[in-house]
Ligand binder design. Sequence first.
Ligand SMILES: *Cc1c(COP(=O)(O)O)cnc(C)c1O
Length: 335
Amino acid sequence: MTALPRFPAVVTLDQIRAAAARIAPHLRRTPMEVDAHLSALLGVPVWLKLEHLQATGAFKLRGATNALLTLPPEALARGVVTASTGNHGRALAHAARAQGVRAVVCLSRLVPANKIAAIRDLGAEVRIVGDSQDQAMLEVARAVAQEGLAEVPPFDDAAVIAGQGTLGLEIARDLPDVTTVLVPLSGGGLAAGVATAVKGLRPDVRVIGLTMDRGAAMAASLAKGHPVEVAEEASLADSLGGGIGLQNRLTFGMCRALLDDVVLLTEAEIAAGMRHAYRHTRAVIEGGAAVGISAILAGKITATGPVAVILSGGNVDMDLHLRVMNGADDVGPQA
Ligand SMILES: *Cc1c(COP(=O)(O)O)cnc(C)c1O
């Protein structure tokens, strides 16, 4: 019997190391902090990686910056394009402005005016097209084909995955005896990159993906053995929503090979994780960033040694955050 290769050769530890050197001047080095309450609960030291303190409020700046800095000069001269209104769009707009590169963000007419204004404030050019995200994606494809803009995808891209993987290098360096890493999971760019980095350095470390039990496309795809579509539902973990692409090239295979487990969280568990982060660390984090804490609080994690928990972002609507701090256990009425 021939053993399957343990590490798919799509993104390598060397690529992640090169990304770290490339992006370092443009990013914050986020700290790790021990959480005494979670440590007592689990019986092993639990360290929080405070990546919600990253510039633009989420780790996405790592991948977007690395992708931008690896594009050829001709492409940079024409500009970059995306359809993300969330943390990736924000990161790409920020990175493009820092490099003096034109960024175009394609949005559907359904995107609220405050979000459009926020993207414009970052210096990006906004194009409003159609009535759905699918139509915004068609405009991205058109801009790539007809205007020569370079698409920077939110997760399924080698340079993006390598950029997100730099977070794993920092965890392995700051917590050399780490045994388990808890990673929020959506499209899988973060999990694929972090797992490649930490397992490349310390092969015995377990990497666990965490997501909501409502409409999580990667979890459903891993369970089925191939990429599937799921119906999207409102969740406190809005940044973990969205599909993985039926034509997924990289992250599905990497997550299948590298993740030791995937844990699903209810809305009430996600809310409890957000409250814990605020009460014990004074961390204002979005639901998608709380899932690691949530899983420990819910008794869904066991570990034999130090655990690293990635707090992936802090871009939460302040009214929603306040409602959750006051005890709300789901998104409630949408603004
Ligand atoms: C994008 C995002 C994730 C998930 O990252 P993927 O690479 O899509 O798996 C987790 N947390 C936050 C805050 C994000 O913005």
